[in-house]
Design a protein around this ligand. Structure first.
Ligand SMILES: Cc1cc2nc3c(=O)[nH]c(=O)nc-3n(C[C@H](O)[C@H](O)[C@H](O)COP(=O)(O)OP(=O)(O)OC[C@H]3O[C@@H](n4cnc5c(N)ncnc54)[C@H](O)[C@@H]3O)c2cc1C
Length: 376
């Protein structure tokens, strides 16, 4: 008999999982999304490292119009005043077909959505109750419909409402006392910025990252600023006090519409007491953005879950969570190190950091262990 599955949330995690499950005729599934699905928030850029590109290529990722993506070759390190420190060759982690890729999140979401059948993706579905019925899961929705499934895969993002409904003791995401300010600029408006590669500008308690997201000359801009403030009402004033006071050279990057996101993380990885319920993507692990692995890990996790399910292993939750937690912990460790060294304020520490950076971007052994392990 076919296994019946419900996926909650149609972000990158839920949609990747749906597309993978579609390949298995022994599985029937539905994705339940709370939003109405008419408009895909255009959003900003995402970075996809090679670890997830091979998975996406199995889902025909190569069919996406090449003009809608970019393959940066280098990560440039700069001081906040735009003095180049060194660069890291990203192509050493590429293979012939799998290349480090940047694009708009909406391009990927649209592509993954279009590949699903209409009956697989249900919008406007708000969960009221989730209960166990024999060895199955019963989902009751606010519109008085329900679904009885063998497995429930929860992919509804960092503030996972589904997790709150199911688990009494799940830890809440923690505010990391930092904000992301995002924008998109035309590369012709910021001629001083490398429009082919990723650039990281390191300042005191802050960093700015730019990268191309398509062949139209659009650059994604994201600025991370640590702050004890509870919210940001005037992003331009906030930038003035935290970035432009250090250097005015990056001011051009922030002339367009700005969006502010408080950064939350899931410090404690949590698994369900119910062996038929799985958390995936940001609902399992919201990471600091300093390794750019949020989307890649959602894709990787979806693939691991799909593989275990297809192998018909009983009680595979132990294997899934052990592997996921191990990977996420090692990314978390690296994210925290990056976060710390990107944000040095002390000039002496900055000098040492820059000296060490120049050395390690050329050290194959170090790179294999620090980045290679994550990108594999
Ligand atoms: C609108 C949006 C825009 C984003 N833009 C960017 C970006 O530009 N750059 C970037 O790096 N990252 C962006 N992210 C975050 C990034 O996509 C995620 O960190 C990462 O890909 C993890 O994906 P996810 O599928 O686990 O979670 P998410 O991408 O957060 O997706 C969760 C999905 O679940 C749905 N949902 C939430 N609650 C419920 C519920 N109770 N029932 C049913 N459905 C529910 C949400 O509407 C959403 O579609 C964005 C996220 C969102 C939601």
């Amino acid at each position: 008999m076919k296994k019946k599955i419900a996926i909650i949330g149609s972000g990158i995690a839920g949609l990747t999982l749906g597309n993978l499950l579609k390949k298995n005729p022994q599985i029937s599934f539905k994705i339940y999304e709370r939003e109405d699905g008419h408009i895909i928030n255009e959003g900003y850029g995402i970075q996809l490292s090679v670890n997830c590109i091979s998975i996406l290529r199995d889902l025909d990722f190569d069919l996406i119009d090449k003009k809608k993506m970019y393959h940066p070759q280098k990560l440039n390190f700069f001081s906040i005043s735009n003095d180049k420190i060194c660069d890291l060759d990203l192509t050493k982690f590429n293979t012939n077909n799998n290349k480090y890729t940047t694009l708009r999140r909406s391009v990927l979401v649209e592509f993954l959505r279009e590949k699903l059948f209409k009956e697989n993706l249900k919008f406007n579905k708000d969960i009221k109750k989730i209960s166990e019925l024999k060895d199955k899961i019963l989902i009751n929705f606010s519109d008085n419909t329900n679904d009885l499934v063998d497995y429930l895969f929860v992919c509804d993002g960092i503030f996972s409402n589904t997790k709150k409904i199911i688990e009494k003791d799940s830890p809440s995401p923690k505010f990391s006392k930092a904000f992301a300010i995002r924008s998109i600029v035309k590369s012709s408006d910021v001629a001083e910025i490398d429009n082919h590669n990723i650039s990281l500008f390191m300042g005191s308690k802050s960093h700015v990252v730019t990268y191309p997201i398509n062949q139209k000359g659009e650059l994604n801009v994201v600025c991370i600023i640590r702050s004890n403030q509870k919210s940001i009402i005037e992003p331009r004033n906030f930038l003035e006090k935290n970035i432009f006071n250090q250097s005015k050279k990056l001011k051009n990057l922030f002339e367009n519409k700005l969006e502010v996101w408080p950064i939350y993380v899931n410090e404690n990885l949590f698994k369900s007491h119910n062996k038929k319920i799985f958390y995936l993507g940001d609902s399992l692990h919201a990471l600091l953005p300093s390794m750019a692995q949020g989307a890649a890990q959602s894709i990787e996790g979806a693939y691991e879950l799909y593989s275990l399910l297809s192998k018909n292993i009983k009680n595979f939750e132990e294997i899934y969570y052990n592997k996921r937690f191990k990977k996420i912990k090692s990314i978390n460790k690296r994210s925290k190190i990056n976060y710390l060294i990107f944000h040095f304020s002390n000039n002496f520490f900055k000098k040492i950091r820059n000296f060490v950076l120049r050395k390690i971007v050329k050290n194959e052994k170090f790179l294999k262990s620090y980045l290679g392990k994550i990108y594999n």
